[in-house]
Design a protein around this ligand. Structure first.
Ligand code: ZN
Length: 238
């Protein structure tokens, strides 16, 4: 394991065009549960399955129930960035890391200080009135009673990609562009089973693909370096 981390250190030292692609595993070390893990949200009991509650149809048909669940389970404001988030900020400040692409919606990369972050699934930190498009921060949403409303009376919707909704084209294009230009792609904390993660890494044409994940993934065979270790343990040493 130490040898592998030494190799990664060397790759990072030699590259000036690193892109980091992260999944739920990046946030679990900050205490945010992974939805898909065996103790995660999807295996808890609700009146409806979480996949249904977090869908476009449910948002519009059962807005009150959506927000009850959302405020109860999706409030990320109490969590803090961990060592992985912080090391990525350092690498960006040194000019080595060109982009963070994340499947997480907790905003922890920005909280840590990362500047270029492409959030494939949106962010709980951004919320907009569906009528007039006025912006509202997460505090406003999570401290509201019932369905959060705009000063104009419109319903406020989180800028989070719900089930049945497509990804933001600009975010996706920026992600594809940065991956295709990178010479070192670090994919971490994702099992790569969820769209679009699996498809995106196929755009990588650079020298070194590194996968860091606690468990093995179906893409391990494609990688130049696979590290099955917790992210914190790896980034602590980089
Ligand atoms: Zn409004």
């Amino acid at each position: 394991m130490e040898d592998k981390i030494e190799i990664l250190k060397k790759l990072v030292a030699e590259s000036n065009n690193i892109v980091f692609f992260g999944g739920a595993g990046v946030s679990t070390e900050s205490g945010i549960p992974d939805f898909r893990s065996k103790d995660g949200l999807y295996n808890q009991k609700y009146d409806y399955p979480p996949e249904e509650i977090l869908s476009h149809t449910f948002f519009w048909n059962n807005t009150e129930a959506f927000y009850k669940f959302y405020k109860d389970k999706m409030n990320c404001l109490k969590y803090e960035p961990n060592i992985t988030h912080k090391k990525l900020v350092e690498l960006e400040e040194k000019g080595k890391l060109k982009a963070v692409i994340t499947q997480n919606i907790d905003g922890l990369h920005q909280k840590a200080g990362s500047k270029i972050v492409f959030e494939l699934h949106g962010s709980v930190l951004r919320n907009y009135c569906v009528e007039c498009n006025k912006f509202y921060n997460a505090d406003y949403i999570f401290n509201s009673n019932g369905v959060p409303k705009c000063s104009c009376g419109g319903i406020i919707k989180p800028d989070v990609v719900l089930y049945e909704e497509g990804l933001n084209h600009e975010t996706l294009n920026n992600s594809v562009k940065s991956i295709s230009e990178a010479d070192l792609l670090i994919v971490a904390g994702t099992s790569l089973t969820v769209y679009p993660a699996s498809g995106l890494i196929n755009y990588f044409k650079g020298e070194n693909l590194v996968l860091i994940n606690r468990d093995k993934t179906d893409y391990d065979y494609k990688a130049d370096l696979v590290i099955n270790e917790s992210l914190g343990n790896v980034f602590n040493k980089i």
